[in-house]
Design a binder for this molecule. Structure first.
Ligand code: C2E
Ligand code: CA
Ligand code: CA
Length: 245
């Protein structure tokens, strides 16, 4: 099943997006986190089927929220590097959008730095085509991969997501703080939207907002929620709860 975590604009304090995060609801063992089964799914060749289901489910859910009267916002879907190795990915994305009746601008694909290091022309072309149709791209876990920045020039990305490991000890750790500031400033110079993940405290939130970070995601606002609970969250949030500062 998918859970959904809200993303909050730090300037307007509006709910502006949501990330879909997969869980396995096991009949005996309960909710199994993705780090436990995604690597195995990659190994045994199940990741494409799971990834296709995830794309379809997230797009359909986003369309349902829009139909229910929530403000339109992109849903972000995590893509495993393995999914790019199969030629059907582009069609899977287009099919998921069409089946859901969702406009491409309401889908964001999250990819990791290691994937961008492969730098295949084919992948860049696929990304350009999808982006031209409206689909957005975010670089997930930014800062922990190979620090080659040239890919930011070659790949059509819209967003950087500062890795949680840099956010955790803000504002106490001067090194993490410096890295977060550097990522925010670089993102701004490159006209990229910058998201900080893993925000849990008011101190982290205030520091990142004052440093110019655009969007926040983390337990401070909400844990990832089942789809119905996400609507409830929105209803509370629209009434002004919880509000930073
Ligand atoms: P990620 O994409 O970096 O997702 C963020 C993770 O941080 C999520 O863990 C989320 O629940 C957690 N998180 C969010 N806010 C906070 C916070 O304030 N504090 C802390 N400590 N953690 C926070 P989750 O859901 O267990 O997902 C782990 C990873 O599994 C994801 O990392 C992503 O790489 C992968 N994953 C999740 N869903 C999918 C999927 O549908 N497909 C693929 N290929 N990978 C997925
Ligand atoms: Ca992610
Ligand atoms: Ca991440």
């Amino acid at each position: 099943m998918l859970h959904y975590q809200p993303q909050i604009d730090l300037n307007t304090r509006q709910l502006i997006g949501v990330e879909a995060l997969i869980r396995w609801q096991h009949p005996k063992r309960g909710l199994i986190p993705p780090i436990t089964f995604i690597p195995i799914a990659e190994e045994i060749g199940l990741i494409n089927a799971i990834g296709e289901w995830t794309l379809r489910t997230a797009c359909a859910q986003n369309h349902r929220w829009q139909a229910a009267g929530l403000p339109a916002m992109p849903v972000a879907v995590n893509l495993s590097a393995k999914q790019w190795l199969q030629p059907r990915l582009e069609n899977q994305v287009i099919d998921a959008l069409q089946a859901a009746g969702l406009a491409p601008q309401w889908l964001e694909l999250e990819i990791t730095e290691s994937l961008l290091m492969r730098d295949t022309e084919k992948m860049i072309e696929t990304m350009h085509r999808l982006q031209a149709s409206g689909v957005q791209f975010a670089v997930d876990d930014f800062g922990i991969g190979y620090s080659s920045l040239s890919y930011l020039k070659r790949f059509p990305v819209n967003r950087l997501k500062i890795d949680q490991s840099f956010v955790r000890d803000i504002p106490d750790d001067p090194d993490d703080t410096a890295i977060a500031i550097a990522i925010i400033q670089m993102g701004k110079s490159l006209r990229l939207n910058v998201v900080a993940e893993g925000i849990e405290s008011t101190e982290q939130l205030n520091f990142l907002r004052e440093s110019g970070c655009d969007v926040a995601q983390g337990y401070y606002f909400s844990k990832p929620l089942p789809a119905e609970a996400f609507i409830e969250y929105y209803n509370h949030f629209a009434r002004g709860l919880p509000s930073p500062r």
